[in-house]
Ligand binder design. Structure first.
Ligand code: CA
Length: 219
């Protein structure tokens, strides 16, 4: 899952990037509204953490511009404490949720997990496909009740495919959502990861759709 952080407070920006990276997300960050707007408009993110008070373009304007341009990714707003007017404005502008500063990092992580999950149409942290059960929150995967060990790359890949179960996901989409901008975007790398992941999972769980990408079909 790829997340964009837009926050001008350097310390807070760094803390968010570190916490999200540790939680297994791929993270890009921006420190002003214009750069944030540009990234959100040109790169595919699974969610955005957006501060309201930003230089050059404030968070509400960034959000309004994205929604006008048809960008529908879930947005978690960071608002000043007790500024209820910020919250109302934010929700009106198309925010999906907000957290008031100062916040506990755990709350941001929990809200983001819920946003990403809901955006993909799942009501709980557990997603199943046949004998495979993936717990997004715990970062755990079981097959027929037995835990299996995955690397963080493999877990991200499987999470993405399971969150979008039933949809054909192209190699390009996987590359864009699973790696940051600096990644060498060679689609063979994805094939290698899918190959390794398949060895740990039931046969045929991840189907190759020739010329299009990959798909998990099982209920
Ligand atoms: Ca700020």
């Amino acid at each position: 899952m790829r997340i964009l952080v837009v926050e001008d407070d350097e310390n807070l920006n760094r803390q968010l990037v570190t916490a999200l990276t540790d939680a297994g997300y791929v993270v890009d960050s921006a420190s002003d509204g214009e750069e944030g707007h540009f990234l959100g408009d040109t790169e595919p993110y699974d969610a955005v953490v957006l501060d309201i008070g930003l230089p050059q373009m404030d968070g509400i304007s960034v959000l309004e511009a994205w929604r006008r341009e048809g960008r529908a990714m879930p947005v978690l707003l960071l608002t000043a404490r007790d500024r209820w007017s910020d919250k109302v404005q934010g929700i009106d502008a198309g925010a999906d949720d907000y957290v008031a500063k100062p916040f506990h990092m755990e709350e941001v992580l929990a809200r983001l997990r819920a946003l990403v999950r809901r955006a993909a149409g799942h009501a709980s942290n557990e997603i199943t496909a046949g004998p495979v059960r993936l717990d997004v929150k715990a970062g755990r995967v079981t097959v027929d009740g037995q835990a299996i060990k995955l690397t963080s790359h493999e877990f991200r890949l499987l999470s993405y495919l399971m969150l979008h179960k039933g949809k054909v996901i192209s190699r390009t989409e996987l590359t864009e959502h699973l790696y940051d901008q600096d990644f060498d975007r060679d689609s063979n790398t994805i094939e290698v990861f899918v190959g390794r992941l398949r060895k740990k999972l039931p046969d045929d769980l991840i189907q190759t759709i020739r010329g299009l990408g990959y798909q998990i079909i099982a209920d």
